[in-house]
Design a protein. Structure first.
Lengths: 350, 294
């Protein structure tokens, strides 16, 4: 069976199909094994020493049980699902836009979420009534509402989802516009800068079991239609006209897939803030190591994104413990380094 | 404050001796950027760019000399009606120059002194971050304004009030004093012993769960707070209501028994600004600790 290569990589065409026949199974197994390893690692890495954590695992008391099972485990599980959502959304966005630089925040979700959170923090600061209201909505809710509003604005500006260039441009315009409003609002409330920084650079610190459950539910709601529609993305690789000539309903395909991207990104941003690079890098990592069609790419990008964010979460709490680094800064560093390596390799290979 | 104050007095003493050589219209004083600034005698058009400096000028009875302040200065009430010359990070050079001040008082961290001097505006930079900075800054501002005696009295009064509140608070504690976690922002960002509020907490005899090596405002792994199980938590009113929703935090003693200290914005100002109202801030903290600590 011939394989339709998804969105061309900016780093070359990857390896040939002949080089990697049927490696997907091994690759998925490796990814799952890494995830399992990281999950186990997350139980023993925290503010206490590894020896203490191992002691807690072997003979838990009430306090250590809370740390292990109510803080560390949901945090790492939530990080995996958030990363998986971003990886999946990134792969879909690159397929829909047929652009290897596309990423989940392309529709203005990140800026919308940031504005939502800023407004919620300012409202909470302004009055007790607003505090009660924002308390109910929470930072997570405000981020989701902001992200969804930004997507609606982007789609409204581009008058639908059919015109790729128009949609991309609208996404950029909305991102800049909402980013500017956020900056102006923050200028009037400098006290909120640090709190906003937590959101803007991402944080998995407060991911609870309910957050992890929500992320897991969103992941399955997104993954099922995405995988079912993956053949449409394969057809889209050949060009819009060809895809239509194959009997595809482009508007329906794009709308559904962009809906999946929106839901996935908004949920992830709502729970863990703006984590950069995972959505961009995860699909490239899959393409660089495997020759895949879109169905395999989507599954691979999700698994890879999940493991990436899990690893970043582990690093951010380990490097400067008991303090921690913003997880988005770690993903940006690791992702950026990886992309730099790929660029270097391309220039070396000519 | 004592060591730092002695050093400050030494520096001021040294620079005062240089005053004899200064131009007849002014005198030379070294600021905290280590610049020898030629200051006007008895300046009457002053702009302050940090709330704590505004408060010090007014506490010295020179509020009438202010022609503008930064946008966050809100005490005493009379400064609220003054023109605002921007924030900490973005002072409005145009506004400052157009008001023709003969002195701008600002923090050492505000990097506009060179730009101001290009317009012939005299600026004097001071450290405005720690408890020790209060005494030093009060005396320096007193010297700059020609109100040294009043400044010495104010400094002594602040020091005395702070010592008294600290002694009273420590006398009320049982054992080693309560353990406290101060959250300055959801992150969670904590205030460590090296921060201004951390210094006040130490003077009240309470024990900060954050260690000094983590810096003044470290971003903590949330499980650190759960592991240290503080007796009392200082937190903003907005976050106080949702602490128990954070994973594992419902097991923290301070959360379980609602041993929380939250302050209204006007009280919070006195706690976070190293200024003349520090004793008020400390009193608010001491009162809450007395109420909330086990």
């Amino acid at each position: 069976m011939s394989v339709l290569r998804p969105a061309v990589s900016i780093f070359g065409t990857g390896r040939s199909d002949a080089e990697m026949p049927h490696r997907l199974g091994t690759w998925v197994t490796c990814c799952l094994a890494i995830t399992l390893l990281l999950t186990c690692g997350s139980l023993i890495i925290g503010t206490s020493s590894v020896e203490t954590s191992l002691g807690w695992l072997l003979s838990p008391d009430a306090q250590s049980s809370v740390v292990l099972w109510q803080i560390r485990l949901p945090r790492t599980v939530g990080a995996w699902f958030a990363g998986a959502l971003l990886g999946l959304s990134g792969a879909i966005a690159q397929g829909v836009f047929r652009n290897p630089l596309a990423e989940p925040y392309l529709l203005g979700t990140a800026s919308g979420a940031a504005l939502g959170v800023t407004l919620s923090l300012i409202a909470a600061d302004a009055s007790i009534g607003a505090l009660a209201w924002t308390g109910k909505l929470g930072i997570t809710g405000a981020a989701c509402v902001g992200a969804c509003a930004a997507i609606a604005l982007t789609i409204g500006l581009s008058r639908g989802v059919l015109q790729t260039a128009s949609l991309l441009l609208s996404g950029i315009v909305v991102a800049f516009l909402l980013g500017a409003v956020t900056s102006l609002l923050l200028l009037t409330k400098p006290d909120l800068w640090r709190e906003m920084q937590v959101f803007l650079l991402g944080s998995t610190g407060f991911v609870s079991w309910s957050s992890a459950t929500l992320l897991a539910a969103a992941f399955f709601v997104c993954a099922v239609p995405a995988v079912l529609l993956a053949r449409g993305l394969d057809a889209l690789t050949l060009g819009e006209e060809t895809a239509q000539s194959l009997g595809l309903s482009l508007p329906m395909l794009r709308l559904t897939l962009l809906g999946v991207v929106s839901l996935g990104t908004a949920t992830a941003v709502g729970q863990v803030g703006i984590v950069g690079f995972v959505g961009l890098v995860a699909p490239h990592l899959v393409r660089e190591t495997l020759s895949v069609n879109h169905r395999q790419l989507l599954i691979g990008a999700a698994l890879c994104g999940g493991a990436l964010l899990q690893a970043a979460d582990l690093l951010c709490r380990w490097i400067v413990r008991p303090a921690e680094l913003p997880v988005g800064a770690v993903t940006a560093f690791v992702g950026g380094s990886y992309l730099t390596y790929l660029l270097w390799r391309r220039s070396r290979d000519g | 404050m004592t060591g730092s104050r002695a050093l400050g007095v030494l520096v001021l003493g040294f620079t005062l001796s240089a005053a004899a050589e200064a131009a007849s219209s002014g005198f030379v004083l070294r600021d905290d950027l280590q610049r020898d600034v030629v200051l006007p005698r008895d300046p009457q058009r002053i702009i302050t760019l940090v709330p704590s400096l505004t408060e010090i000028v007014c506490a010295l009875g020179a509020c009438g000399r202010l022609v503008a302040t930064d946008e966050f200065s809100n005490w005493p009430a009379q400064v609220k009606v003054l023109p605002k010359a921007g924030g900490f990070e973005d002072p409005q050079i145009e506004q400052i120059v157009s008001l023709k001040p003969n002195l701008v008082l600002l923090s050492r961290s505000q990097r506009i002194t060179e730009r101001l001097s290009e317009f012939g505006v005299v600026s004097f930079a001071l450290n405005t971050e720690s408890y020790a900075d209060i005494g030093h800054t009060v005396r320096a501002v007193g010297l700059v304004l020609g109100l040294s005696d009043r400044a010495a009295q104010l400094d002594a009064a602040i020091e005395q009030a702070v010592l008294k509140i600290g002694e009273e608070a420590r006398a009320k504690h049982r054992g080693d004093g309560p353990t406290v976690y101060i959250e300055v922002d959801r992150g969670p960002y904590a205030a460590g012993p090296a921060s201004f509020i951390g210094e006040l907490l130490a003077r009240l005899g309470a024990r900060n769960i954050v260690t000094a090596n983590l810096g003044p405002f470290p971003r903590l792994n949330p499980e650190y707070v759960v592991n240290h199980n503080p007796d009392v938590i200082f937190i903003s009113p907005a976050e106080a209501t949702s602490l128990a929703e954070r994973p594992g935090w419902e097991t923290i003693r301070a959360v379980k028994e609602h041993r929380l200290c939250s302050f209204a914005p006007e009280v919070r100002d006195t706690i976070v600004r190293p200024g003349p109202r520090v004793a008020e801030g400390m009193r608010a903290m001491a009162d809450c600790l007395a109420r909330a600590a086990p």
